[in-house]
Design a protein around this ligand. Structure first.
Ligand SMILES: [Zn+2]
Length: 197
């Protein structure tokens, strides 16, 4: 949480980090340097169980490194949301981030989808609605009666406005987005990267 960091330390550090390329760490190249930008590969649109998933980039370096910096090093996304803005449907009314399970949020000090949604909200002017609540933890082993392995069980905190879309940092199998869509009745998701085979 940006607002909870010690005031004496966080402003200069945050300012400096917000200047880095999120792909390679080069200074004064935020959000991505020209070298990384040239290597980013657009991801195809996918439909997974009724959810339209639009992703900016294929999940390979340097896009994978961007996600890693957001997820595990709490790098501020800054203006990164600008790269997602072209993927947002015209009739979108609000952005609903897919929350990280709480134990990971505590461990890494950041919820990357929330930060990405906030960055996108700053660019587009769309409100961020934290409508979903993540579970504390997701068991890695398969549950009883064939329950999907590692699938978060989201609950809904608030009403979801018509025209809302889901925001997440990365999509792999799509199971997490499908679970979030089922709770919110949202049918469109936008992610920074997509692991495509
Ligand atoms: Zn770079």
């Amino acid at each position: 949480m940006r607002g909870e960091a010690p005031a004496a330390v966080s402003p200069p550090v945050g300012t400096l980090r917000a200047m880095w390329c999120l792909g390679c760490g080069a200074v004064r190249s935020h959000p991505v340097c020209s070298g990384c930008a040239a290597r980013l590969r657009p991801a195809p649109v996918r439909w997974i169980r009724g959810v339209l998933i639009r992703s900016a980039f294929v999940h390979e370096d340097p896009a994978r490194a961007m996600v890693h910096r957001l997820k595990y090093r709490a790098a501020p996304p800054g203006r990164l949301g600008g790269l997602l803005a072209p993927l947002i449907p015209d009739d979108t009314t609000s952005l609903v981030p897919v929350p990280r399970v709480w134990l990971r949020r505590w461990r890494y000090g950041v919820d990357p989808a929330l930060e990405l949604a906030r960055s996108l909200g700053r660019v587009t002017g769309l409100p961020v609605v934290e409508a979903l609540v993540a579970p504390v933890w997701v068991h890695r082993r398969a549950g009883p009666s064939g329950q999907a392995r590692g699938l978060p069980r989201f609950s809904r905190r608030t009403a979801v406005p018509p025209g809302a879309i889901l925001i997440d940092d990365v999509v792999t199998t799509g199971a997490t987005l499908v679970a979030a869509a089922a709770v919110t009745s949202i049918t469109t998701a936008v992610t920074l990267t997509a692991a495509v085979r």
